[in-house]
Design a protein around this ligand. Sequence first.
Ligand code: NAD
Length: 321
Amino acid sequence: MWIVPEREIANLMTRDVAFDAVETVFAAMASGEAYNFPVIREAIGHEDALYGFKGGFDRAGLTLGLKAGGYWPNNLARRGLINHQSTVFLFDPDTGMVRAMVGGNLLTALRTAAASSVSIKHLAREDAKVLGIAGAGHQAKYQLSAALEQRSFDKVIGWNYHPEMLPNIEKVAAEAGVPFEVVDLPGMAEADVIITITSAFSPSLMADHVSPGTHVACMGTDTKGKQEVDAALLVKAAVFTDEVAQSISIGEAQHAFGEGLIAESDVAQLGAVINGTHPGRGSADQITLFDGTGVGLQDLAVAASVVNLAIAQGVAIEVDF
Ligand code: NAD
């Protein structure tokens, strides 16, 4: 089997490779060639940790496996380690033998940023100029870098619940040479694309903070109870997601669906837009919303790409197993 350690990922993986891997697997999910297994997520009663597995099988890409890991809230303060920890395991779908073990921490940020980026490519207006971001934590930096590559944005506007964190994203905008402005939430009405990437459990971005024609990528809500945007926004918007079952149970759509404001059939797969079986954005004035819940197949897709790169560049470790 091959091992690709976490320390190698930054040198191997690029945003372009992550984007292609995620776009391809979203398309395979929508055409029925790839499916995710039910997610396991457990509070293990030790170190306040949440641990679980996200897995799946992509018949088109012949990728089988799982990401194991979760959230250890005391890591940073007690050990200087990042709180999110994960490892991807890939298996040979012909034999069931383990093929690779891959560090999953940076890959998670890259595949999550790639997902919102894919949604911007397929759903945002071509003439989008102002990129808004609500959130300034670890993921926000990757989200912003990836999104800036999708349109000719001439300004980034940012809001964060903890304003002292805003320099994190200001730095990313500066590195990309795009002006950055701090706004309050109503100020988000200026944005043509808005990414929300917070760990909030109550909505910040309300329906009247979003102008007609905006594309909103909701990326922070990946668990029951979390919520970043007003449920009424999902009623106004054309809603897309990575996986419908996750969207209405653990994604941003869980609230609008749970309150009976939208039906399961109101949520479409982004992969269908990629495949051309769904028209996507209906008009320049329509609000589109992508509910990025994070699926195991995204992890497997980027991990499979990075294993191939690591083998080609001679940095994958081969273990007789
Ligand atoms: P982080 O801890 O680095 O940052 C948290 C962010 O949430 C900060 O911007 C913080 O100011 C903000 N925040 C905290 N409490 C808030 C509140 N009450 N109201 C509004 N904002 C608040 O976390 P991160 O690693 O950047 O992750 C952000 C979120 O993205 C988490 O919920 C995480 O689980 C989720 N996530 C989703 C995916 C996916 O595939 N969809 C993947 C990875 C992470």
